[in-house]
Design a protein around this ligand. Structure first.
Ligand SMILES: [Zn+2]
Length: 85
C-alpha cells in the first residue's frame, strides 16, 4: 500500500494530468482506507476549484474592461500601434 506522502503527491498530480491506471488504483485503495488523505484530497479539490473560479472572474473582468473602452481610446491605441509598425 502507498504511503500518505506518496498519495498526497498523486492527488496533486491528478489535478495536472491523468494518472495511469496503476496510480489511480493505488490512490483509490489508499483513499478507501485513510480518512486523512480523503480529507486532504477534498480540501485540495476545493482550493483548486476556488482558484479556477477566481481566474475565470479575472478573465471576465479583463474582457469586460476591454469592451468599455471609449471610441476615442480605441482610436488612440490603434494609432499608437500603427505608429509602432
Ligand atoms: Zn493516507
Amino acid at each position: 500500500m502507498r504511503t500518505c506522502k506518496e498519495v498526497s503527491k498523486l492527488v496533486s498530480e491528478s489535478l495536472d494530468h491523468e494518472l495511469s491506471l496503476w496510480q489511480r488504483l493505488g490512490l483509490w485503495i489508499h483513499l478507501s482506507m485513510c480518512k486523512f488523505c480523503r480529507r486532504y484530497r477534498k480540501d485540495l479539490l476545493h482550493i483548486h476549484h476556488e482558484i479556477q473560479q477566481r481566474a475565470l472572474a479575472i478573465e471576465e473582468d479583463i474582457i469586460n474592461s476591454e469592451e468599455k473602452l471609449s471610441d476615442n481610446s480605441r482610436e488612440r491605441i490603434k494609432s499608437l500601434l500603427e505608429s509602432q509598425q
